[in-house]
Ligand binder design. Sequence first.
Ligand SMILES: [Zn+2]
Length: 174
Amino acid sequence: MPTIFTHTLVPIVLNQARKPEPRSRWVLVWGLFLSILPDLDSLSFAMGIAYGSQWGHRGFSHSLLVAAGFAGILACFRFHGWSRVQVWAFIFISMASHGLLDSLTDGGKGVALLWPWRHARYFAPFRPIAVSPIGAHFFSARAFEVLLSELLWIGLPAVVLTIALRQSGRGKNH
Ligand SMILES: [Zn+2]
């Protein structure tokens, strides 16, 4: 994974594409939660499940289908100021981006993006992000390198996108 905080940047940036009228913040809250939920599968190490197993880390919980499923469940509920399509898209992008960002990291195993159809683990062809150490090793010398690469490859695009989305939102209001 990129570090867990970094995954939450996706719903945070996405939320900048807001319409002028007030709308429920719960979709953002769910997006934040679901952007990090896939990494609960780190517990599989403690349970003795192999990394490469479909039930292991970066396995089924990181798949696009699971993200689509969670998005579908939340789209069944009504959120003030949101259409169902908007809820679905917001949640899907928030959660699916987790596995896609993981596939950009330079270590660990690939991501089971196409589970359950394929159990293969996928990496992006371009993997600039230094992989975050798992669990207790987080506060290691490598942490600095990891944070630096995340700032560059995720943080910087996030800032640029936020500015762009805010500007375009402003443009529509005038
Ligand atoms: Zn992950």
